[in-house]
Write a protein that binds this ligand. Structure first.
Ligand code: SER
Length: 318
């Protein structure tokens, strides 16, 4: 990886991954792209406005910078995709095939994330195996399964070096997710700092896999740098750092903010999505094939999240 193009560079993962890649590979060697350009974004390194549904535009930018790697992150998350299924198909699938075509034509290494959303209600819920039943019931899930298969196809049919993971809910204090089912696990920290209480739209006892963003960024880089001979699964590796429900977050937060209170007002749409997803993934294939290991458990993550959000809140208050 010498010249890396990132799509969705202003999104939940992209806004942190782009900076991290620039630290490692050099600012001028990481080209951020997103549907919009925001003020000051070019101060950090090269940046172009690219609509991933326009294949020619994407190809032109990749060609212009002679990028050798594509990190394709532009996509709609689960709840948003459920609200706008047709738009989700166009962006998630149209964007992916354009990105894969560009990677094929320009001989680029390729990363795109799949998700716990690629599983459905008939998938084994606990210790969900790497290879198992995938019959998701959401548009997002349909996109993710099709995306996993499409990446496998571009590898065995055209020899594109495609790689990917199934991310759990990602938790971060930098960019808000927006439109996901696991977003409650981010909101709860902001509200804990601001109001010492949170009303969860996900019901008590609903377990989902989660991960702190620094572990997610490490996983992407580690997988992309892994020796190709070691990769048997290549795309869609299960990875997880913790399996948690709302009460687990509340308990971890109460160790720092004892008066924190958790209430519930369940949103049936997102609850339904959450219930169709696994409780806990088995990530042994990722550990075996490229050494995946998460550093943050819920307590370590909570301490860091609360510290960082409090710092931001007090800086904003000044
Ligand atoms: N965090 C994502 C979502 O909730 C899962 O991939 O949509």
């Amino acid at each position: 990886m010498k010249k890396i193009l990132v799509t969705g560079a202003l999104g939940q993962i992209g806004s942190e991954l782009t900076g991290r890649l620039r630290e490692i590979y050099g600012a001028e060697n990481v080209i951020g792209t997103d549907i919009r350009k925001v003020d000051g974004v070019e101060d950090e390194g090269p940046f172009e406005a690219v609509d991933v549904t326009d294949g020619e535009q994407l190809w032109n930018v990749a060609k212009k910078y002679e990028a050798d790697t594509m990190m394709h992150l532009a996509a709609l998350l689960s709840a948003k995709a459920e609200a706008f299924p047709r738009i989700a198909w166009d962006i998630n699938m149209g964007g992916l095939i354009n990105a894969l075509e560009t990677a094929k034509e320009l001989n680029m290494k390729f990363f795109t994330p799949s998700s716990i959303g690629a599983f459905g209600p008939t998938t084994p819920k606990d210790g969900t195996p790497q290879n198992t039943l995938q019959r998701p019931t959401t548009m997002y899930g349909v996109n993710k399964v099709a995306g996993e298969l499409l990446c496998d196809y571009y590898h065995h049919r055209f020899g594109v070096d495609t790689r990917g993971v199934r991310f759990p809910g990602l938790i971060s204090h930098v960019a808000p997710p927006g439109g996901g089912t696991t977003d409650y696990a981010v909101e709860i920290y902001y509200e804990a700092v601001k109001k010492k209480e949170y009303t969860s739209y996900i019901a008590k006892g609903t377990y989902m896999d989660m991960m702190y963003m620094p572990d997610a960024l490490d996983a992407i880089i580690q997988l992309m740098e892994a020796d190709t001979e070691r990769l048997i699964h290549r795309n869609a590796f299960n990875i997880s750092a913790m399996s948690a429900e709302p009460e687990d977050f509340a308990k971890a937060i109460q160790k720092h903010i004892p008066e924190f209170k958790l209430a519930y007002k369940v949103d049936p749409i997102r609850q339904n999505i959450a219930e169709s997803w696994p409780n806990s993934l088995d990530s042994t294939a990722a550990t075996k094939e490229w050494g995946f290991k998460a550093k943050y458990d819920i307590d370590r993550m909570t301490a860091d999240m609360l510290g960082k959000i409090s710092q931001k809140a007090s800086a904003a208050g000044k």
